[in-house]
Design a binder for this molecule. Sequence first.
Ligand code: SF4
Length: 351
Amino acid sequence: MNKQTRQVKVGKIIIGGGQRVIVQSMTNTKTENVAETITQIHDLQKIGCELIRVAIPNIEAASALKEIKKAIDIPIVADIHFDYKLALASMENGADKIRINPGNIGGKQKLKSVVDAAIERHIPIRVGVNSGSVEEKLLVKYGGPTPDAMVESALSNVRMIEELGYDQIVISIKSSNVLDTIESYKKISEVVDYPLHIGITEAGTIRKGTIKSSVGIGCLLHQGIGDTIRVSLTGDPREEVIVGREILRNLGLLDIGIEVISCPTCGRCSVDLIKIADEIDKRVECIETTKKLKVAVMGCGVNGPGEAKDADIGIAGGKGDYLLFIKGKPVRKIDENCAVDIFINELKKLI
Ligand code: SF4
């Protein structure tokens, strides 16, 4: 159960207030390339992305939001740095949320015009602080971008919006250091009840970034901290969504979808299980379902079905074939050459 935060509405979804944790990602297309951006958002939505952020580095990108919005049905977040006009244009063109850093948007008057527009259109603002955005005076005060420095920076940015009469705020406070990130979120969750968007920034390439994000996001969620997550990876954003959902699944925070388990193989295995497990994993990622299922890909029929008896359906390697089993009980043998197709067809019957 996550910590009770206040609810913030972003388009058609609610963040915080005990709602389930939302998986976000960010496009890496040029936002002004409308067709490519829409295609990428559709791809991400299909595999479970529920909220999408796009970079708004120029007015063309802000204008593109209008067409993008018409073609997608998940809320969109406009990511803006420095230029308040881009925030205004993004909201005018349909952004469901904006991510800014109030301290670098150009001064109080400009911030006021952004907040006024957000109030008028009921658009929440994410205050996004990270270790690289901490103000110089706080770096001096704390001797670097420590968790205390990041928390103070986030709070002072939040206060700027509150003083302008708005409280539809989401906070993120990310570092590329896992322990600092955990510490920062723990500290800020003790002093505010705004929903928190959590993640490890600049986490790295797919393997290392997945590990860092799983440790950081996983620890926080397990402590009830975090209302939305983004796994930041140097790679295809699809990986971010897949990893994000796996983190939620493994913490019991995802009630739908298909979990794939597979054995590590050992001397009893006589099939190319690594290859077939990869294929099944990839095919399963593309299956949309509102059910919760577990599938098992096991190396041998001697131990496999028993080791995976809690799986809804599975296969276990034999000699040139696989044994199909359901709830640990053998059903029939399938030929090695068409095992993946047959298995996926059998799985789809359960959906
Ligand atoms: S299922 Fe069979 S092959 Fe896989 S680890 Fe267990 S004993 Fe080894």
